[in-house]
Design a binder for this molecule. Structure first.
Ligand code: ADP
Ligand code: PAZ
Ligand code: K
Length: 256
């Protein structure tokens, strides 16, 4: 069975793929100090608790945090006796072209999202991922990754307001009832929520105009449904887009 690991700047997600379905998914905070043994204690106790009998013999990793990869490699080697595929490394091939400026290290999560989006919906896509950062990834008609947009993440924007302004509290993102807020929290929520709706609309429109063709917009990440509510911002929402992409890349590397 395949263990797929998607390590973002905030959270790391582990999923086990039995060849036709994910039999379990678990999320932990991303901490580069975590050792191989700590990962194993955490994962094996969850498997035990949920009575999942997983015979893991392959591992694939996408990590936006380079420092965690070393311990995840040791984890794969020590506990599953395998060398993991690591997206972005030369021995992990991608089924699509990457057409960006020479020397650019595209975030592996963005490449994985591209592969997943193309596999599910074909080309001419914009994939929006609400992570620590909000990324827009553009997929050409032939599936190639041709660049995108990196915007500050939703929670990051709220946190930056709180940290930079003495009188602004920490608030969670939510859809406010009105655009015009009548208290501090409502004003902040409005700025971030409606600011983001404008950002998403504006960037997707500009991309479509720049590429001069209709494109589908696919969203993923925990906060995507919040923005979808009542607004036709996205054509489709895919909860586990990155995990799907990891299984596609794994299958491609096994075949070739
Ligand atoms: N369902 C959700 N509701 C509210 N916040 C969420 C939800 N899912 C994720 N988040 C928040 O969105 C941010 C990005 O999360 P995540 O997608 O795990 O980022 P990354 O992939 O960069 O690690 C985090 O601050 C996280 O707490
Ligand atoms: C843009 C990102 C920070 C997004 O990471 P995430 O929000 O998923 O943690 C990550 O994809 C990254 O570090 N990219 C490298 C630069 C690039 O993609 O061009
Ligand atoms: K991500």
């Amino acid at each position: 069975m395949l263990l797929a690991i998607d390590c973002g700047n905030t959270n790391t997600v582990f999923s086990i793929w039995d060849g036709s379905a994910f039999i379990g998914t678990w999320r932990t905070a991303t901490e580069h100090q975590r050792t191989a043994d700590q990962y194993y204690v955490w994962l094996s106790s969850l498997l035990h608790f949920q009575k999942i009998d997983a015979d893991i013999d392959e591992v694939i990793i996408s990590s936006t945090v380079p420092r965690v990869v070393f311990n995840l490699r040791v984890f794969s080697d020590r506990y599953f006796n395998c060398r993991p595929w690591v997206v972005g490394k030369p021995d992990c091939k991608l089924p699509v072209d990457v057409r960006v400026d020479e020397g650019t290290q595209v975030g592996p999560d963005r490449l994985v999202n591209t592969v997943a989006g193309y596999d599910l919906y074909g080309g001419d896509l914009i994939v929006v991922d609400f992570g620590t950062a909000t990324t827009f990834d553009v997929v050409a008609a032939d599936g190639a990754y041709v660049g995108g947009v990196i915007a500050p993440g939703v929670n990051l924007s709220l946190q930056a307001l709180h940290e930079a302004a003495a009188a602004l509290p920490h608030v969670d993102v939510t859809k406010p009832d009105h655009v015009v807020g009548t208290n501090t929290v409502a004003c902040m929520q409005s700025g971030v929520f409606w600011g983001y709706v404008g950002l998403i609309n504006g960037i997707c429109d500009q991309i479509k105009r720049e590429r001069d063709r209709p494109m589908k917009v696919i969203s993923t990440g925990g906060l995507a449904p919040l923005f979808q509510q009542g607004h036709a911002l996205f054509d489709h929402f895919e909860d586990d887009l990155t995990m799907h992409g990891l299984t596609v890349i794994h299958a491609f590397n096994k075949e070739s």
